[in-house]
Design a protein around this ligand. Structure first.
Ligand code: FE2
Length: 251
């Protein structure tokens, strides 16, 4: 039994122009998102999950409409997780509502064959000052779903969210690149408890792959401007006989 899916991250319309003086507007990202969707339509994955940062300016509805229109040309079922550019790192309820209106639920889970997929809103885990209790709700959802998948004898359990848990060291200090240590510790404990297969994240605009106990932590480079050594791209994941393999495809 085998299946394949694609992780995309950070289409972020307007990011390139915010970093490069020679670039204006959102043409850079539109070109790259069209390429990403065209590659995905050739591969015909069972589904696609995008881990956040759809527009550089969350208040720009015109840019959000362009993203939604482009994703409507993607032939596979697709799911969205919110990023800090979509909600800020200290989201307000209105930010979450806006995301839900545009892209659907900000956290959800589903099954595909013997595998379980859990999509989280990591922004409320980063800082829930303005949405008190949303972090607790998110962790409760994660633990309940992991338990449910475990009890359903899932062969793989995978988590998708915008912020990476850590870069190299599970105890590294808090900064804007990773989830804060208090939330990180809770999630790392759950990964170990439920022997989670993999966590897929974005946010860094570059690839980074590390392990925590038995869990592979995969940070995937962007559709928008790459800040790493590799160019922009998307990640193809194939699960065959309960073995997970993945590779980053350049746009
Ligand atoms: Fe981000």
């Amino acid at each position: 039994m085998s299946y394949k899916f694609i992780q995309m991250s950070d289409p972020q319309l307007g990011f390139c122009a915010s970093r490069r003086k020679d670039v204006n507007g959102v043409d850079y990202e539109i070109t790259n998102l069209k390429k990403a969707i065209s590659i995905a339509n050739e591969i015909k994955p069972d589904f696609v999950i995008t881990t956040g940062d759809f527009t550089q300016d969350r208040l720009n509805s015109e840019h959000a409409e362009i993203v939604i229109d482009l994703y409507s040309t993607l032939n596979s079922p697709h799911y969205f997780a919110p990023g800090n550019a979509d909600l800020t790192n200290s989201p307000q309820f209105e930010d979450i509502d806006r995301f839900r209106r545009r892209f659907g639920s900000d956290y959800q889970s589903f099954y595909f064959l013997d595998s379980q997929f859990i999509i989280l809103n990591s922004c409320v885990l980063f800082d829930c000052t303005n949405v008190l209790g949303a972090d607790v709700e998110q962790i409760k959802f994660l633990e309940e779903k992991l338990k449910e998948g475990f009890n359903n004898n899932c062969k793989e359990q995978m988590i998708f969210m915008h912020h990476p848990l850590f870069g190299q060291d599970p105890y590294e200090k808090d900064d804007h690149m990773v989830l804060p240590k208090n939330q990180r510790k809770i999630i790392l404990n759950l990964l170990e408890k439920y022997n989670v297969t993999a966590v897929f994240t974005g946010h860094w605009h570059e690839n980074n792959i590390v392990n925590y106990k038995n869990t592979e932590l995969i940070t995937t480079g962007p559709i928008s401007l790459s800040l790493g050594e590799e160019p922009s791209g998307i990640r193809l994941i194939e699960v065959t006989d309960n073995k997970l393999e993945h590779r980053f495809i350049y746009l």
